[in-house]
Ligand binder design. Sequence first.
Ligand SMILES: *Cc1c(COP(=O)(O)O)cnc(C)c1O
Length: 209
Amino acid sequence: MREHLGRAARAAGRDPEAVRLVAVSKTFGADAVLAACAAGQRHFGENRVQEAARKFPALRAQVPELRLHLIGGLQSNKARDAVRLVDVIESLDRTSLVDALAGAIQKEGRAPQLLIQVNIGREPQKGGCDPDAAEALRDACAAKGLAIAGLMCIPPAEDEPAPHFRTLAALGARMGLDWLSMGMSGDYRTAIECGSTEVRVGSAIFGAR
Ligand SMILES: *Cc1c(COP(=O)(O)O)cnc(C)c1O
């Protein structure tokens, strides 16, 4: 996978080192994560706090440099578990979560990096804040002492992804955020062409779920 990524980055005229690979290990067991670690992978993504809590504490004990990203929707009542467990929360998408996270970060004495998830296709059923609300959400975080490190999106499955990726990149540029989490197994090449700095790849690494 790393080789494919490197090729995609070079084809887009970009430095392969500038695109981080997050291996999405949801539904796969600790064995699969350890095998990826043995191949040099360090950043992993999970979409559910409970599943991550079952798998990762033991894995971290074995691989201390492992970094865990929460890429799925976060309920306020799981904020404290998430803060205790993960290194990056990519699914901050509403002001009601800001208070919960700020409180959890204070109580745990541990502060994961935070990305705002943007509902780039404005799909009613999907998580993420409206693109027009991202700056206000960042301001709400700042008011609670929380810094936003970047933006994440999942384009609508039925759309051509490039315009959505470009919209997220433009929003990031306007907000002065250069960490752009965009691109999955089916569209990471396009995402890299559009400026992605992090791709979240599951099935292309671990196989079908
Ligand atoms: C599952 C998931 C991925 C990985 O998807 P693949 O198509 O398996 O690469 C990426 N991002 C999010 C938010 C996911 O839930």
